[in-house]
Structures are given as C-alpha cells and as structure tokens.
Design a protein around this ligand. Structure first.
Ligand code: NAD
Length: 386
C-alpha cells in the first residue's frame, strides 16, 4: 500500500511507518552526538511514551542514559489493512533500536488511566527490573475514565470567566481567522482537571509505592507549559492552566509521599513545540509559527529531543524557580524573543503569514509527526500492512 498523508484539521489520520522509524533514528542520532549522560537514571518508566515529549524522554533515557525503559501509551495498531497510528510505529522502532543496543525496552499499549495497565506495568517492573529509579509522566489526552467511579471526563480547551476572541491560523486553508470561544462551565473546568491534572500521576505513584517497586532516591517528573501573554486566555488562564495548577499541587503531594525514599517529584515547564496535543490548542499553531521564525533566526530553536536532552543532562535541575519548577522554556521566554512575538502578533494576516512567521516550518514539523516529509524516505514504496 502507498501511504499518503490524510490531514483532517489538527490531526493526520494516516501515518508512515518508514517515516516514523527515520524520525526515531534522527532523535537517537542527536542524543548520541550530544554524548552519554553520567549519573543518570538506569531504570525508567515513561507514561505517555509514544509521541512528543514522552517519546523524546524515552529516547534520551535509552540512548543518553543507557537506561532500561518501560513505555506506556495508547495507540492504534495496524488492523484490517489500515496503517497504525504514528505513536504505534514510533514505539515499535524505539523498542527495536534499544534492544539492538542491549537495553531492555518493553512497551504496554493500553489506557494508562486504568488500574489494569498500572498493574501490568508493576508486574513487568517486578519481573524484569526489580525496582525503577525514574518515572516520567507525559500524558496528553482528551478524556479519562476515573477507575473508582467509572465516570468518563472530557477535557476542554476554553477560557475561564470571560469569553475569548482572538487570532488563530486555519492550518488547512492557511488563513488567519478570528475565533470566539465561550468560557468554560464549572463542570468543564473540573473535567479538564480530572483528565489533565495530577490525580492519575498520584495514583500511579501510590500504586508503585504500594508494590515496593520504587528505588531509593527515585525521581518523577511531569510536564507543564506557561508561555507568554498572547496564549494566556486559552492556556495558562484557561481550563488547561487550571489542570496544570492541579498537576503542580500533585507534585507537592507526591514529594511528601516520596520522602521516605529520599525521592523527588518535579514539574518541568517545557517550551512550546509541535506535537499532536499542541496542534489541537487554538492560537498555539499561530504562536508557534511566529516563535519558530524568531528562534530559528537567533539560532536557539529547539524541538522535543533537544529539550529532553537538556532535562536529563541537567539531572532534572535546570533553571529552577522559587516554586522549584524546572524551566526548559528559558529560551522561548527570553525578553528579546517575546518582544518580537509581541511586535508581530497584531500585524500578522493571511497575506503576510509566510513572511512574518515560519508557518512552513511549523507545517513540516506537523507532517513529520506522522512520518511524512522525512528526507530519505521513499514514499512511493509499497508498504506491507498486516
Ligand atoms: P503528545 O500528544 O505528543 O503525547 C501524548 C502521549 O500520551 C502519547 O504517547 C499518547 O499515546 C499518550 N496517551 C494519551 N492518552 C493515553 C492513555 N489513556 N493511556 C496511555 N497513554 C496515553 O503530547 P505532548 O505535547 O508531548 O504532551 C505531553 C506533556 O507535555 C503534556 O503534559 C503537555 O501538557 C506537556 N507540554 C507540551 C508542550 C507542547 O508544546 N507540546 C509544551 C509544554 C508541556
């Protein structure tokens, strides 16, 4: 089968196995060029490990720290002659390359929010690793079923208290359009915290602690975003921002629970990058297109893999603020960078989109998430799908 991109708004419903594999090889090659990270974790569980920041964390853990890894993700395998999702191919490729280098690399494809998958992960850890010394929590999901109540919550990307109207880019038509979003209801705010807050992270840690599979000095880290003013109504001050506040509170709760093991729970505030999750957030694709142009001009542009290499090689201790949060967003948030974003924002229009922003680079990154537009891949090749 010849696989072509089929883009539907902020998602591409097809993925190319060879392109995904090549993406993984490029991330591995970047990490190897940077060099081995000494005094690093050696047995790592990554929850949300198949795409974006979680995938890059796993590549760095396996190839930078030379750690054994267990990855948890929720991806669509190949069925009925249809290609699988990008994350499915990414995870397959990562397991293959890690094992080739003699590392243990196990993957569990299932709902990380469920107790069944937590139990399965614990069994794997007991059997294959004994104990783990690092847990990365990198889930981004539109819904979560609470394992206690059985209720399913859906997250929303909405402002709180006031309506939002502002610019965004329609990535299909390349037009700058005005969007209007009503404020979230109390129920929607609560649901978003249930999905994207820290309740499930805490549940993972409780169950791992209860099973005695966490090593002395264990570290756990979850990811957050703050960003600049143009994104605040929809991000930091919106429903997702509320969920991130909840995640930060969970980090404090987990920190207390890990005291007996001399462990540490951290939040890393990462840079805005193109991922499946961030493509779905209104305003963010336009902000990223502008940001990338500026950061590339200043030669400080980074993607997931550069960010995660910085995280692990700083031993989870980069640019910490008063609240103890790690800041990998320091280059994005530099004054000179944000002043330029601010100057471009009111001027950008459909007519000057390509001149004032790196929309092309943004869109290339977007297609690459699904294994398309990757140099050296033969897209005319007949791909065998099982
Ligand atoms: P992503 O969409 O690329 O990855 C999400 C991962 O979660 C995938 O591996 C997916 O399989 C997994 N997943 C989703 N639902 C699952 C479930 N029920 N069970 C198991 N696995 C599941 O997202 P991302 O952008 O890398 O986001 C990861 C974290 O990083 C999030 O907390 C996000 O807020 C944060 N972050 C992202 C950005 C950004 O610009 N993308 C910036 C800063 C922080």
């Amino acid at each position: 089968m010849i696989i072509r991109p089929k883009v539907r708004g902020f998602i591409c419903i097809t993925a190319h196995p060879d392109g995904c594999k090549k993406n993984i090889l490029e991330q591995i090659s970047y990490v190897k060029t940077q060099g081995e990270i000494i005094n690093s974790p050696k047995k790592v569980l990554i929850i949300g490990s198949s795409t974006g920041y979680g995938l890059a964390s796993r590549v760095v853990a396996s190839f930078g720290c030379k750690a054994d890894t267990i990855g948890i993700y929720f991806e669509r395998p190949e069925v009925d002659n249809k290609p699988g999702s990008a994350g499915f191919y990414n995870a397959q490729a990562l397991d293959e390359f890690s094992r080739e280098e003699g590392r243990l690399s196990e993957s569990i494809n299932g709902d990380a929010f469920s107790d069944e998958i937590k139990g399965e992960a614990i069994r794997y850890i007991r059997e294959k690793l004994g104990q783990i010394d690092c847990i990365i929590y990198s889930l981004a999901s539109p819904r979560r079923t609470d394992p206690i109540s059985g209720k399913t919550y859906k997250s929303v990307l909405k402002p709180i208290g006031v309506s939002f109207s502002g610019k965004t880019v329609n990535t299909d038509t390349e037009q700058i359009v005005e969007i209007f979003i009503d404020p979230a209801t109390e129920e929607e705010i609560e649901a978003t915290c249930k999905v994207m807050g820290g309740e499930d992270w805490e549940r993972w840690i409780d169950q791992l602690l209860g099973a005695n599979v966490l090593a002395e000095g264990v570290q756990t880290c979850a990811y957050s975003y703050i960003g600049p003013e143009v994104t605040w109504p929809i991000y930091a001050h919106g429903t997702i921002g509320k969920a991130k506040d909840h995640l930060e509170q969970s980090a404090k709760n987990i920190q207390n629970k890990l005291k007996k093991l001399q462990g540490k729970a951290m939040i890393s505030v990462n840079k805005a990058v193109v991922t499946q999750a961030s493509s779905a957030i209104p305003v963010v694709p336009l902000y990223n297109s502008i940001l990338f142009k500026i950061m590339k001009q200043k030669k400080i542009h980074e993607g997931c893999i550069e960010q995660m290499y910085r995280l692990f090689s700083s031993h989870f201790d980069a640019n910490c603020d008063e609240q103890g949060r790690i800041h990998l967003d320091n280059l994005e948030m530099r004054d000179d960078v944000q002043q330029e974003v601010k100057a471009i924002w009111p001027k950008i229009s459909t007519e000057n989109l390509h001149e004032l922003s790196d929309f092309q680079g943004y869109y290339q990154d977007f297609l690459r998430l699904f294994g398309f537009g990757v140099a050296g891949v033969n897209y005319e090749k007949d791909i065998k799908i099982s």
